[in-house]
Design a binder for this molecule. Structure first.
Ligand code: R5P
Length: 340
């Protein structure tokens, strides 16, 4: 028997959960299930910065889907606060006798701390183990930086959705394709860019990037591999943190004779100084615009006043995956043929 479904959110996951809800209700209704509201929860941060979560309705026997956007810092929370809020809500659900717990993390924290390197911690693995220990059955995320992170889980099911699905739809509908080539800003992202090349039937070029890991946000060298002279270029990356990679890549492509430059990205964190960097690229006529998903929260004010930012909504996609997981249906047709 399929249990009852509950959708709830930590404070900073509300924005995305509210986006998911109407789509999920559409799928539920079409399959003759009752429509749902967000399950009521309460999250407080005490003066000493501890966080407490409480579920205000019975969820006994339900499949609970918890949404948390760890990158949303709009209420003053840090990523670490958001992670703690998530863990406290998972624990509330577990000890309130949820049948199953699925965590929806549009952005997976610590994803770039994924390898054994000198004496650094492998924090992505530590976080995966914590989720598992808390009793999480399934994790749903978008374009994880390194798919090997799935292997940090032993029992928890890990589903990695692909921003490409909706970003590519936008590119197809809005960009002139005749003169377009796609590029990755580094060799690591080549497979991601290849998806666009094969789907849009356009050429693929790449950039070789050498980072200076002794410094934060420092790139030593960049070379273009391929011809971009008089071409429009779609530069594709999984995430934008400080914007340094795409800023330098765009300037280099322009030097090599590129015409119009577009960025596409699943996780637009746009931490400082990205905005200043992209404002200046836009002002100098180097950047046309950035196409990015709403997996990362941005304020209405930012969305209305940033002419180079085009947002693509992936909440419908998440809702479909949630519905299929709830009803034990396959999701492979929602992930198929997309390399990451
Ligand atoms: C690197 O491997 C990633 O794919 C991104 O290119 C990188 O994390 C972006 O960081 P930033 O915007 O700070 O250059």
């Amino acid at each position: 028997m399929v249990s009852k479904i509950c959708l709830m959110a930590c404070k900073n996951g509300f924005y995305f959960a509210e986006k998911i809800l109407p789509h999920l209700n559409r799928f539920l209704k079409d399959a003759n299930y009752s429509e749902i509201s967000l399950t009521k929860t309460d999250e407080v941060q005490f003066r000493n910065t501890e966080i407490k979560s409480n579920i205000l309705e019975s969820i006994r026997g339900s499949h609970v889907f918890i949404v948390q956007d760890v990158s949303n810092k709009s209420n003053g929370y840090s990523v670490s606060d958001n992670v703690l809020a998530l863990k406290t809500l998972i624990n509330s659900a577990r000890i309130s006798d949820a049948f199953k717990i699925t965590v929806i993390l549009p952005t997976f924290p610590f994803a770039r701390q994924d390898k054994h390197f000198s004496r650094e911690g492998i924090t992505a693995r530590m976080f995966a183990q914590e989720l598992e220990m808390l009793g999480v059955n399934t994790v749903i995320t978008l374009d994880i930086h390194n798919l090997a992170i799935a292997g940090f889980f032993n029992k928890t099911v890990f589903e990695n959705l692909k921003g490409f699905r909706d970003l590519n739809k936008y590119v197809k509908q809005n960009l002139p394709l005749e003169n377009l080539v796609v590029s990755s800003p580094d060799i690591g992202g080549l497979k991601r860019a290849e998806n666009y090349a094969s789907e849009l039937k356009i050429n693929l070029v790449s950039i070789y990037k050498e980072r200076n890991y002794k410094k934060i946000d420092a790139i030593d060298k960049m070379y273009v591999i391929g011809d971009v002279k008089n071409k429009d270029v779609l530069l594709v990356d999984d995430m934008i943190d400080t914007g340094g990679t795409l800023f330098n890549a765009a300037k280099l492509l322009k030097e090599k004779g590129a015409n119009k430059i577009y960025f596409a990205c699943s996780l637009p964190f746009l931490n400082p100084p990205s905005k200043e960097r992209f404002d200046s690229l836009y002002k100098d006529g180097i950047l046309e615009y950035l196409i990015a998903t709403n997996a990362v929260y941005h304020t209405q004010e930012f969305l209305e006043n940033t002419p180079w930012f085009k947002q693509v909504d992936v909440s419908d996609y998440f809702a479909k995956v949630i519905f299929n997981i709830f009803t034990y249906k396959s999701i492979s047709n929602l992930l198929k043929n997309i390399k990451s």
